[in-house]
Design a binder for this molecule. Structure first.
Ligand code: ADP
Ligand code: MG
Ligand code: MG
Length: 886
């Protein structure tokens, strides 16, 4: 027969699946010899069996009884003994902590007979009757659903008539009578007097509380599986409500908000656990306990130190003091903020409790990203106007606008306010400082798109009544009109009227070189953990940077090179006219003239960029986008030409441009004439870019620099495309005097390139995985179209848990990545392989790239620190670095 019940001395913390977190940790504390009242835990197996069949598994009650008898023997007290009764607490707790979501019943074992024994033995009649009324209330509510208000109402009435010392024993005895009547009226029978019956009914009720509405909601939100079930812990009661030398409290071994060392918590004298939650009296800070009961206080601190050493992490505890004697009722590794996670991990490493490697695994790239956002100064913030779902972090302040047009034409920052968003709102979302919606949650269109572009977003603020037509929204009776200033916090979801001052994050300031690491404990912790990440990581971190300013920023943030410089940005602005000339040219001499005009401009850009990254690799991608992107939009030109003709004027150059736009128009430009195809079809274009780069490098060498340029060819599908471009590049390079050796490599961003990587590597000195295009082409997703239209529905239906553009699709796209790495290196063992898609800054994807054996990731400059941390973690977790590098 399976074993369903484990005494505390049989279990340990490794068995949280079976015993629940609470049961497993009570067992662990018992093993450590800490003062835990004796008890046992009924397993989650038993719960699952009960939930499946509606009845406890065979033999469960006998097994519980057998364990109960052991406890009774140990304590020499018996459940139901009228002279000196043992009382029990029946507590819930599954694998994952779900605070306050399920049920606890205290004081099991009290009835009309044992209440007298408890009074006599404790010498406190009031306490005994108070405990009895608590039992009827908790049992009534939990087992039979009797509304708590009914009991609370009567209790309040008695308290109101009681003297300053609280209700008398007589009053409490009468209250118990009233409670019993309430119970019988609701339930249809009397309060059960048999202690064992109370116990078994309580166990069943805790099992059933797994499926309570609030527990389900909580699990959905926290992504805890619904089928785990809860364990039930049954243990001897200890009493915090036995007078002024008794009490109950909760405590943390460090501050869970900031990570600051010290003991933090709250204490309530003469009370049982549920009073703390009920808020009848105010708790006092734990430090008060030092004055009230120094012996217990010091013992508690000792125990907490023991727990922290044992768990090697921040712990929280629940404890009760019964007449000066301390009892531990719960512990677990405590939840904490992102800031506390860094501070605690660094401190534990400092204290030698964990290795530097382990400290690194206690923090995540996502936490670091979170700490880099500016935050509102909540100390001076007024009460929020409303609270929605924090969907995309950041602190945004701006004037209210209600549509995309207003957002794109406004002066100064705006907040786009919509009931919900759709693809038409995209321009407005791009233009706005923040997005606020009244409908939809973390997977709504607004949330997904805003996160994708790093825009602050609060969604689902259902207190807002938004009237787009009138250009206003209301919250209660406050009307907010277009143009009013509001502030939104994409982390907490809070919305304020007016401008709430935002503070730049100290972590961001440190990373930008504006703060010394000693500036504060959080910054010091980030500094320490990042330094260790840099020490252990095997992945290099480069940045995607197109301008010298970006390159310098990336370098300050720790990038060791540029993995992707997009040259198309060098073709914009005033240079657009030169590109137009190039496109419109129909004689070779005109083409050559247009290119000659572009060359010195490109060269100057490259000189600066190479200077900013002196001594580090700079991978320059040859022109990638379709040429018509540099021409005015078709609709605009058509209109201009039509207007001119209607006025009887000559549209002149516009007519020529319109013809060119029509000529180059494509139905699917993403799959059309772009990338390497452009280089092969527009004579001299790539040669000009290569020459500009080579001459820039030569110039840097002449002025004593150490330029390390690389040439990267985009959108290759076949080795012959690359070979043609590489031949031409080598010819040009040979003509430039004084240039360093410049390797030519390619992006792997089409499935065919990945599938033929072995052939391509014969021509490529390096690969850079363009995972944005590779994801588009592998899934046949046009990113611009799909992210706004059906991704929210896909996410809501769980077709993928996170957008494959945010976190690499390891199963599909990842398989192509592995194939490309393996076959590329089979041909050319020294092949350098990096990644330059946005996935290069995503912690989960970085772990995959590390495992796939890449040499570096390249990401946007501000993600560089996140990537460094994630790469360090990946190195530690892959287990190959076992040295204690503390
Ligand atoms: P939750 O999971 O909601 O925190 P618990 O099972 O921890 O529920 O119980 C809530 C409170 O009940 C505890 O904080 C504690 O004060 C009290 N309690 C639990 N077990 C005992 C016990 N054996 N003796 C006295 N009080 C107890
Ligand atoms: Mg608890
Ligand atoms: Mg691409």
């Amino acid at each position: 027969m399976p074993k369903y019940v484990y005494d505390f001395i049989e279990g340990d913390r490794s068995r949280a699946d079976l015993l629940g977190g609470k049961g497993a940790n009570l067992a662990e504390m018992t093993r450590l010899g800490l003062p835990v009242p004796p008890g046992f835990t009924v397993t989650t197996d038993a719960c699952r069996a009960f939930l499946a069949t509606g009845a406890p598994p065979d033999g469960l009650y006998e097994e519980i009884n057998a364990h109960l008898r052991q406890i009774e023997a140990r304590l020499d007290r018996w459940l139901g003994d009228p002279a000196d009764p043992l009382l029990l607490a029946v507590r819930s707790g599954g694998r994952y902590s779900m605070p306050g979501m399920m049920e606890t019943i205290l004081d099991i074992g009290l009835n009309d007979a044992t209440v007298a024994g408890l009074a006599a033995h404790s010498g406190d009649e009031r306490f005994a009757w108070d405990s009895y009324r608590r039992l009827i209330q908790m049992f009534g509510r939990t087992v039979h659903g009797v509304p708590a208000e009914e009991f609370e109402h009567e209790l309040a009435a008695v308290r109101a008539t009681a003297g300053p010392g609280g209700p008398s024993a007589e009053q409490l005895r009468d209250l118990v009578d009233t409670y019993k009547k309430i119970f019988a009226r609701h339930v249809g029978h009397d309060f059960p007097q048999a202690p064992h019956e109370q116990l078994f009914l309580a166990v069943r009720a805790v099992f059933s509380s797994w499926h309570s509405e609030r527990a389900r909601v909580y699990r959905r939100q926290e992504r805890i599986p619904d089928d785990l079930g809860t364990a039930v812990t049954v243990m001897a009661m200890v009493f915090g409500n036995l007078g002024p030398d008794s009490g109950t409290g909760v405590a943390f071994t460090r501050d869970p908000a900031t990570g600051a060392p010290g003991v933090y918590g709250d204490y309530l004298t003469d009370a049982q656990g549920e009073d703390v939650v009920a808020g009848i009296r105010n708790t006092v800070p734990l430090t008060e306990l030092e004055r009230l009961d120094p012996a217990s206080y010091h013992r508690l601190r000792q125990i907490m130190a023991t727990l922290e050493r044992h768990y090697r992490d921040l712990c929280d505890v629940e404890f009760t003091i019964e007449r000066g004697r301390l009892w531990m009722l719960q512990t677990r590794v405590g939840k904490r903020t992102a800031a506390a996670a860094f501070v605690i991990a660094a401190q534990l490493a400092e204290e030698g409790l964990v290795t530097a490697d382990e400290a690194l695994t206690r923090v995540t790239g996502a936490q670091l990203a979170h700490l880099m956002f500016p935050a509102f100064d909540t100390a001076v913030a007024p009460a929020p106007l409303a609270v929605g779902v924090g969907a995309s972090p950041g602190a945004a302040v701006g004037r209210v606008v209600f549509d995309s047009a207003a957002a794109t034409t406004a002066d100064g920052p705006v907040i786009l306010v919509r009931p919900e968003t759709n693809p038409d709102d995209l321009p407005g979302m791009i233009a706005a400082a923040g997005v606020l919606t009244s409908r939809g949650g973390k997977t709504s269109h607004a949330a997904v798109v805003a996160r994708g572009m790093g825009r602050t977003c609060v969604c689902g603020a259902d207190a807002l009544r938004i009237d787009v037509e009138r250009g206003e929204f209301t919250v209660g009776d406050r009307v907010v009109r277009a143009g009013e200033l509001i502030s939104i916090d994409g982390t907490s979801g809070r919305i304020w009227l007016g401008e709430v001052p935002a503070q730049p994050s100290p972590v961001a300031r440190y990373l930008a070189g504006e703060l010394r690491p000693e500036a504060d404990p959080l910054v010091a912790a980030v500094h320490r953990l990042l330094a260790h990440a840099d020490l252990v990581r095997r992945l290099g971190v480069r940045a995607n940077a197109d301008t010298p300013a970006d390159a310098r920023r990336a370098r300050r943030l720790g990038a060791t090179g540029i993995g992707l410089c997009r040259t198309e940005h060098m073709f914009l602005g005033e240079r657009r006219a030169l590109v137009e000339r190039l496109i419109l040219a129909d004689r070779p001499a005109e083409v050559a003239a247009a290119l000659d005009a572009l060359l010195p401009l490109q060269r100057a850009d490259f000189v600066e960029l190479l200077a900013a990254m002196d001594g580090l690799p700079v991978t320059v991608r040859l022109l990638d986008p379709p040429l018509h992107e540099f021409l005015p939009p078709l609709a605009e030109l058509t209109a201009r030409v039509a207007v001119a003709r209607a006025r009887g004027e000559d549209p002149g150059r516009d007519a020529t441009l319109l013809a060119a736009v029509r000529r180059t128009h494509e139905a699917n430009p993403m799959l059309g004439l772009r990338g390497v195809r452009l280089g092969l079809l527009v004579p001299g274009l790539f040669a000009m870019q290569v020459r500009a780069l080579a001459e820039a490098a030569a110039q840097r060498v002449r002025s004593g620099g150490d330029p390390r340029p690389e040439i990267m060819v985009p959108l290759v599908g076949d080795v012959r495309e690359l070979a043609a471009v590489a031949d031409e590049a080598r010819r040009v390079l040979a003509e430039v005097d004084g240039a360093p050796e410049i390797p030519v490599g390619t992006m792997i961003e089409t499935p065919r390139a990945a599938l033929t990587a072995g052939e391509i590597a014969a021509e490529a000195r390096f690969f850079s995985l363009g995972t944005n295009d590779l994801t588009q082409t592998t899934w046949a997703f046009s990113r611009d179209d799909v992210e706004g239209s059906f991704f929210p529905a896909y996410l809501a239906r769980g077709i993928f848990p996170v957008s494959p553009f945010e976190s690499l699709d390891v199963t599909g796209v990842g398989r192509l990545v592995r194939l490309a790495v393996a076959e590329g290196r089979a041909t050319r063992p020294e092949l350098t392989v990096g990644v330059c898609g946005e996935h290069g800054g995503d912690p989960d994807s970085i772990a995959f790239f590390a495992a796939a054996g890449l040499d570096y990731v390249s990401c946007s400059p501000y993600r560089v620190p996140v990537a460094r941390l994630a790469a360090g973690r990946a190195a530690v977790e892959s287990g190959t670095d076992t040295s204690d590098s503390r």
